[in-house]
Ligand binder design. Structure first.
Ligand SMILES: NC(=O)c1ccc[n+]([C@@H]2O[C@H](COP(=O)([O-])OP(=O)(O)OC[C@H]3O[C@@H](n4cnc5c(N)ncnc54)[C@H](OP(=O)(O)O)[C@@H]3O)[C@@H](O)[C@H]2O)c1
Length: 242
């Protein structure tokens, strides 16, 4: 099974946390800028887009909007199953926002990301769903010409989802950009080839979540370490077992 190369790129506190109050502190601003700068560099070097969990997509791009499904008819099933949906716009695109949205909650305004940062702006949205989705959400996505596919019953099977992306779209390299829950599911499936960390010189409070929810032991080797504007940037590559 062929799957794309995955680089997990995260801004972390000194104690390895990626969510919570420390992110909005003034002390975190320089590191945040470097984080976005690196995302733009990865795009320039050929990243095919970014993969995020539903919560991160909601906070960063849809501002918590939920679609009003009352005006949509349920999408029809074929042979008892819903079909995947690949509009031409997605097939022909080269830069993607891949949303892990198992229940179909995200309310998109259009089929591309609209953002002031060119590292995100214009990315074509792809929804990764499970069989828990409300069938009216599929009609909503189809009306908006947003690509979607199914990758599990209740949980998204990460290697399967990546193999579908590899088969249907052109990119062979994506950036995984959190949060903690999606990162953990990629780690447990051993689908992270590389980790890129921008470390904020601040510790986090007790409510912050670690870079990987429910992680496990896997080995990586240090590939690069540099200081940018007083902030430590590191890259680690997964050591493949014999
Ligand atoms: N420091 C950084 O660099 C950075 C980067 C990005 C985000 N963040 C922070 O991360 C926070 C969000 O992180 P989070 O861990 O709470 O949420 P998240 O990982 O962004 O999203 C989690 C949700 O995505 C869906 N999901 C992800 N993987 C799945 C899988 N394999 N199978 C099924 N569903 C899956 C589920 O949606 P449902 O709940 O709908 O089932 C799950 O609850 C934000 O507050 C943001 O600020 C930080």
């Amino acid at each position: 099974m062929s799957i794309p190369y995955i680089l997990c790129h995260m801004l972390t506190s000194l104690d390895g946390k990626v969510t919570g109050n420390f992110l909005s502190r003034l002390e975190c601003e320089a590191a945040t800028e470097i984080y976005y700068e690196l995302n733009r560099e990865y795009k320039a070097k050929g990243s095919g887009g970014f993969i995020c969990g539903r919560v991160t997509m909601e906070e960063s791009f849809t501002e918590g909007a939920y679609p009003d499904l009352s005006q949509y008819e349920p999408a029809p099933k074929i042979c008892g199953q819903f079909s995947n949906f690949w509009p031409d716009q997605a097939i022909n695109a080269t830069y993607f926002a891949i949303a892990f949205d198992p229940k179909g909650k995200l309310g998109w305004k259009s089929n591309v990301i609209c953002d002031s940062d060119p590292g995100y702006d214009g990315a074509t949205i792809v929804e990764v769903l499970t069989e828990q989705v409300d069938p009216r959400y599929l009609s909503y996505l189809e009306e908006k010409e947003i690509a979607y596919f199914f990758a599990g019953k209740t949980e998204i099977n990460v290697p399967f989802a990546l193999s579908v992306l590899y088969t249907h779209l052109s990119p062979e390299f994506y950036i995984l950009e959190g949060g903690s829950i999606i990162n953990g599911s990629f780690l447990r499936a051993d689908c992270i080839d590389e980790i890129s960390l921008v470390t904020v010189p601040t510790t986090a409070d007790k409510d912050s979540k670690s870079i990987f929810t429910d992680g496990e032991i896997l080995d990586f080797k240090l590939n690069k370490a540099e200081q940018r504007n007083g902030v430590l940037v590191t890259r680690y590559i997964r050591i493949q077992e014999e």
